[in-house]
Design a protein around this ligand. Structure first.
Ligand code: GDP
Ligand code: IMO
Ligand code: MG
Length: 426
């Protein structure tokens, strides 16, 4: 049975966690393939809310094996804390398997993330300050420490010695910060964290392929989103990994022929945290309404998210980049009670109308969205369980999105709860 990918189509926080959890009902493995604890994936079951950072969203079921793939960067302290928090709430995390090839987020990565943001001043990216960018930079520079290094004290210490010499020099000489103590780091990682992480480390590539060969369903859960992708996003206002569907293959260790379904998660409007271009951004009263009704504050960082209208130019691009087979539209309920709703169907710049994303980002910075204005609906959607329960105007909005993007909308979210969704089209 081939794999299903869940990928964000906007700038994150689309509701990937909820959809992953929902679909994990039928999955054997749920694999996170990139990112780290910059992610915050919320699942609400029976009124109880779980905010996951590193652990895949399938963890709440007993029949799934949650897997942290090689493409993820792992802060072992965060992972241990997340396991403990879940355990305290009665969630069994003992099945969790972590790739030995995943890279470690180290204390100097946090320091460098913070110091770089500070020195960028008004040009800062607005990162989550979790050390994610510096950890991926070290991976690419081939000086990263990996999860498997926790199992070998000699290698861990050797690598740490080499890398910390460089990091401390940069921290002191470039950023005027205090040097970090290598012995303290080694003791914390090797003595405190390694014994907790060691039982989780496994051959995740083997596990995934055995499941595929046995005909079991597996799901690959993306963090962040298409327009935060290091290659395809609004660079430099991006994260340092590849959330797009191609990244799922690399970050898990499978080939593209092992994937047959790619579900793009799109919020019924758009939000973005941190800096960067955002053509359909709104402000004023409408922004406040979307933020308050949608509870648009970061799951981990608490930052207010920037809201805007749904952008079909971006969504069409996301369909191409990820070869989406369908879209899951979330948070449609949040748009209730607006007199009209707007869909961005094209951009205009310098008198030119474009229906495709401009390849030159300077153009994206100055485009004006071309909107189609649709009738709003006043009804509360939170109890809807089938398409028939949706008011005609809400249905028309969903259909217009499918028309604009050329792929079906398969699911519509009408509330945060696991059961609050409508199956829209097969
Ligand atoms: P993720 O990072 O993509 O997993 O999304 P987050 O969990 O960061 O943010 C999505 C927020 O919207 C969470 O608080 C979810 O509980 C909530 N949510 C998800 N789907 C829906 C929906 O259809 N309606 C409403 N009202 N909330 C939703
Ligand atoms: P989930 O998985 C929304 C954003 C940050 C910043 C940029 C770079 O919950 O959708 P980083 O710390 O990754 O170097 O920050 O990316 N960002 C997210 N925005 N949701 C996320 O994750 C994000 N992860 C990173 O705000 O703009
Ligand atoms: Mg999130």
């Amino acid at each position: 049975m081939p794999a299903t990918i869940v990928v964000g189509t906007q700038w994150g926080d689309e509701g990937k966690g909820k959809l992953t959890d929902l679909l994990a009902r039928d999955m054997r493995l749920v694999v996170r393939y990139q990112g780290g604890h910059n992610a915050g994936h919320t699942i609400v079951v029976g009124g109880e809310s779980f905010a996951l950072q590193l652990i895949p969203s399938g963890v709440l079921y007993r029949h799934t094996i949650p897997v942290i793939g090689n493409g993820v960067v792992v802060d072992p302290a965060v992972l241990v804390a997340e396991c403990d928090t879940l355990a305290a709430r009665g969630v069994d995390t003992s099945r969790l398997v972590v790739s030995g090839n995943a890279h470690l987020v180290m204390p100097y990565h946090y320091e460098l993330d913070r110091a770089t943001e500070r020195s960028l001043g008004k040009n800062r990216l607005g990162t989550t300050k979790r050390g994610i960018g510096p950890a991926y930079a070290d991976k690419a520079a081939r000086i990263g420490l990996r999860v498997q290094d926790l199992l070998d004290e000699k290698i861990f210490r050797q690598k740490l010695d080499v890398v910390l010499r460089e990091k401390n020099a940069v921290l002191a000489k470039v950023f005027n910060r205090l040097a970090l103590d290598g012995e303290e780091i080694a003791r914390r990682y090797l003595d405190e964290l390694a014994p907790r992480i060691a039982p989780m480390i496994g051959d995740t590539v083997g596990l995934v392929h055995e499941a595929l060969e046995a005909g079991e369903q597996i799901m690959l859960e993306g963090a962040q989103a298409t327009f935060l992708d290091l290659d395809h996003g609004t660079y430099p206002y991006v994260t340092s990994s590849n959330p797009t569907a191609g990244g799922a293959c690399v970050g898990t260790g499978i080939g593209p022929r092992d994937v047959d379904r790619v579900i793009g998660i799109a919020k019924a409007y758009v939000t973005r945290v941190g800096a960067g271009p955002f053509p359909t951004e709104v402000d004023g009263e409408l922004a406040d309404v979307l933020v308050e009704r949608g509870h648009e504050y970061g799951t981990n960082t608490g930052r207010r998210r920037r809201p805007g209208w749904l952008d079909c130019v971006m969504l069409r691009h996301a369909v191409r980049l990820n070869s989406l087979s369908e879209i899951a539209l979330t948070k449609l309920d949040v748009l209730s009670a607006l007199p009209t709703v707007k869909l961005c169907v094209a951009y205009e710049a310098d008198g030119e109308r474009m229906t495709r994303l401009p390849y030159h980002q300077s153009v994206l910075h100055k485009v004006t969205p071309v909107y189609e204005e649709l009738e709003g609906w006043q009804e509360d959607l939170s109890q809807a369980t089938s398409v028939r329960d949706l008011p005609k105007a809400a249905r028309s909005y969903v259909e217009a999105i499918a028309d604009q993007c050329g792929v079906p909308v398969g699911y519509v979210g009408v509330g945060p709860g696991r059961e609050q969704y409508v199956r829209f089209a097969a």
